[in-house]
Ligand binder design. Structure first.
Ligand SMILES: O=C(O)CCC(=O)C(=O)O
Length: 255
């Protein structure tokens, strides 16, 4: 089974997104999809993330990446059945499939909480320069587990920057500074923003007293290595709980 067949088996159709939504992804590089998760799903994810931080302590995030001023976790697919929701939401999958030509697999599923007083990142893309402009290799989805507000470290991005043939580091004197065209992704817990990961983006400073929690469901083309080798990490009990189509989207099965 390839990912085109897997997406179909998971309910993704040509009309799962409107023409307007596809066009927004093409020109602006992102799509904000509201109320993807129910309140119960959000709470289950928050609770499990808190448990995992308590259990993993200083080792949290080490499978992929740690970042000062943030709490990160990695390999979430294997750390609770609630995380497999990232393989099951049709509109989100359709948006990622639109960016990656339906040729896709999960690269990693991580969580990132920007802690009070931290969270600012340089504007960056999750990929270097493209060999062939328009031949996108990566797409990200940010799953809001708290409301994203102007003050709590909501992600910023520069709409349309995936179409530029330059990096933020080249174009800006200091990519940590605001960009004149940037927007902040503001929304409610349970929303998901899918963004072409060639768009310049980054975390902002959390000036509130509470962490800003989110998950990143990062996808790549099937011939590319994953940020976390899902075949290496998958646990038998995780594999046994997933449908074949979901395993194909994880890159542990299929062509
Ligand atoms: O969590 C966010 O707001 C964005 C994080 C991000 O872009 C990154 O960690 O590379």
């Amino acid at each position: 089974m390839n990912s085109i067949v897997a997406l179909h088996a998971l309910g993704v159709r040509k009309d799962t997104l409107t023409a307007e939504q596809k066009s927004h992804l093409d020109t602006q590089g992102y799509l904000h999809i509201k109320a993807v998760l129910t309140t119960d799903e959000v709470q289950a994810l928050r609770d499990r993330i808190a448990e995992l931080h308590a259990a993993e302590g200083a080792a949290a995030g080490t499978e992929v990446h740690q970042e000062a001023g943030t709490d990160r976790l990695s390999d979430l697919i294997n750390k609770g059945s609630m995380f497999c929701v990232v393989l099951r939401k049709r509109k989100v999958l359709a948006a990622i499939a639109h960016v990656l030509y339906s040729d896709m697999k999960l690269s990693s599923l991580n969580s990132r909480s920007a802690l009070p007083g931290y969270g600012l990142q340089a504007l960056h893309a999750d990929w270097g320069k493209l060999e062939t402009p328009g031949d996108y290799q990566v797409c990200n989805s940010i799953w809001l587990l708290d409301d994203f507000t102007p003050d709590n470290g909501a992600t910023r991005l520069v709409p349309g920057s995936h179409l530029l043939e330059t990096t933020a580091a080249e174009a800006m004197e200091d990519p940590r500074q605001p960009h004149p065209d940037e927007i902040q992704l503001l929304g409610k817990a349970g929303d998901v923003v899918v963004f072409n990961a060639h768009v310049w983006h980054g975390g902002t400073l959390n000036t509130t007293d509470s962490p800003r929690r989110a998950m990143h469901g990062y996808f790549t083309r099937r011939h590319r290595p994953q940020q976390l080798d899902q075949k290496k990490y998958i646990k038998p009990e995780t594999a046994a709980s997933l449908r074949l189509a979901e395993l194909v989207l994880l890159g542990v099965e299929g062509d």
